[in-house]
Design a protein around this ligand. Structure first.
Ligand SMILES: Nc1ncnc2c1ncn2[C@@H]1O[C@H](COP(=O)(O)OP(=O)(O)OP(=O)(O)O)[C@@H](O)[C@H]1O
Ligand SMILES: [Mg+2]
Length: 501
């Protein structure tokens, strides 16, 4: 097995101001192997693959690709050598169409601009077909959900003929179905001798699709294990340095009292006639496939986007939030799935990012009380184990999972009455994920109505007291207690409900 090596990394070191992100990491990828890279948030996974894809240059060590010295000075150079990549954060051009994004910078050569657009559309259509998705190549990327943007990134990487494909958390917003499609494609690549470097916090996926697993901890190489010779538990122990419980907190919430009731909420075809209530002290799940309209409903309720018809009652009084700010005033909050677009001030430090939603509680005589602000941020950093060099570190320089933790921290700080959480544990490592789950349950036990939108069925099943399921903009059913099973949810997620006029 060790005979042939496609990519070899030897003693790779990378230093950022204040952090040694990688400390002499070595790794081999063989032809046709799917090699997983795992580790806690901030362990150095993205930094390592960013060096392979030419985004960063190492401060020490060397790489070999196909037996030759390999030192790409830019992503383009890496691409030319046969490296394809899907980054953790999507980097598409929002105002261009799906097809234009897929062929960005290398539109097919044709007689005319129109003909080349047509060709790009057709090629993109074919690739989308392999993914079995309903996406239209001419849709603008800005109109797509995060999950669909992720699909476009994957298709873009697949459209380049690569020998090594790097996937940095490709499934963090995908549901079971899309993930299965991706796995089918990976198996196909493997058969054609193409290698994959695969980063994921979802260990079940790693065990399904990968051959070997390399574990990083604090920028250092821990070990490489063959999937058939190891267990999830062993991997977690090596990642975290200890055993941790991955159990879900006990369900005790079964609220009766309604805090917020939504009736007949409708916006065009996006969602229609959606009726549900959130009760005090419960965790209500929103399940469904990507594009079912779950985020859209939550955003409309929270005043971020509008709606055409319907009513919202808060504590039995009719309300209509004109803006997100209105909703926050009423202690209704929405934790977005898109931290880059609307969640965080990336160029600001951790401290103000955490406190921005709870300025009232840390303001004295119209001035921000710095010590209180610091305490609040420090508490969050400790509670969620945010890995940073200091509270004043800019959020943009944190690893993906640590950015997500900052966002969770800021919404936990406002003391909400209803908290909509859209993919709250996206990209978060196993240990911190359990911690966020316990915090959510604590909130519910304090009487908060928590709404969980998640693409991970086990998370919905493990966490929720009640689940409503959506399909294509319609609510197709509700499940309570022991009826919350994978089979029942999947059935409702595929149900075509007949619309009542
Ligand atoms: N551009 C940068 N400037 C300064 N520090 C950085 C930069 N990029 C990454 N870091 C730091 O390097 C370390 C490793 O980050 P990296 O993004 O590689 O982690 P990761 O393993 O991908 O984590 P996650 O699972 O959260 O995505 C972290 O401490 C991070 O804060
Ligand atoms: Mg990362």
């Amino acid at each position: 097995m060790l005979g042939e090596v496609l990519l070899s990394m030897v003693d790779i070191t990378k230093i950022f101001p204040g952090v040694k992100a990688l400390d002499k990491v070595s790794l081999n990828v063989t032809p046709g192997e799917v090699h997983a890279l795992v580790g806690e948030n901030g362990a150095g996974k993205s930094t390592l693959v960013n060096i392979v894809s030419g985004v960063h240059q190492p401060d020490g060590g060397e790489m070999y690709f196909d037996g030759m010295r390999y030192a790409p000075t830019s992503p383009r150079k890496a691409q030319e050598q046969g490296i394809g990549f899907v980054h953790q954060e999507t980097a598409l051009c929002p105002h261009l169409s799906v097809a234009e994004n897929v062929f960005l910078g290398r539109m097919p050569r044709s007689m005319s601009v129109l003909a080349s657009f047509k060709q790009a559309r057709e090629e993109t259509g074919k690739l989308l077909g392999r993914f079995a998705t309903q996406l239209d190549p001419i849709t603008k990327v800005q109109d797509l959900s995060i999950a669909n943007q992720q699909v476009v990134e994957i298709i873009k990487a697949l459209s380049l003929d690569c020998r090594l494909l790097i996937l940095d958390e490709p499934t963090s917003s995908l549901t079971e179905l899309e993930t299965e499609n991706l796995f089918r494609i990976i198996k196909d690549l493997k058969q054609r001798g193409i290698s994959v470097l695969y980063i994921s916090h979802r260990l079940k996926e790693v065990f399904t699709v990968c051959d070997r697993i390399t574990i990083l901890r604090d920028g250092r190489y821990v070990k490489t294990l063959a999937v058939q010779d190891t267990t999830e538990d062993e991997v977690i122990r090596n990642m975290v340095g200890r055993s941790i419980s991955t159990f879900y907190p006990e369900k005790i919430g079964q609220g009766q009292e309604e805090i917020i009731r939504v009736e007949g909420l409708t916006r065009g075809n996006t969602f229609r006639n959606v009726t549900f209530a959130v009760r005090k002290g419960e965790i209500l799940g929103f399940a469904g496939l990507v594009g079912a309209g779950r985020s859209e409903v939550a955003r409309a309720v929270c005043g971020i986007d509008g709606y055409d018809m319907g009513h919202i009652h808060l504590d039995r009084k009719a309300v209509q939030f004109e803006s997100f700010h209105d909703a926050i005033q009423a202690r209704i909050a929405y934790l977005t799935e898109d931290r880059k677009e609307e969640g965080l001030f990336l160029n600001m430090a951790i401290q103000p990012n955490v406190s921005v939603t709870s300025l009232e509680s840390i303001t004295e005589n119209k001035l921000i009380h710095r010590q209180k602000e610091r305490d609040l941020a420090k508490q969050s950093v400790n509670m969620l184990r945010i890995k940073a060099s200091s509270l004043m570190q800019k959020v943009v320089n944190l690893s993906g999972g640590n950015q997500q933790k900052v966002m969770v921290a800021k919404w936990l700080a406002i003391d909400p009455m209803v908290l909509f959480m859209d993919e709250p544990t996206r990209g978060i490592d196993v240990g911190a994920k359990t911690e966020i789950h316990y915090l959510m349950r604590q909130l519910a036990n304090r009487g908060v109505g928590v709404v969980l939108i998640s693409s991970e069925l086990p998370e919905i099943i493990g966490m929720c007291d009640r689940v409503v399921v959506m399909n294509e903009g319609l609510l197709t059913g509700e499940l309570i207690g022991s009826d919350i099973t994978e089979d029942n949810i999947m059935r409702l997620a595929a149900t075509q409900r007949r619309e009542t006029a």
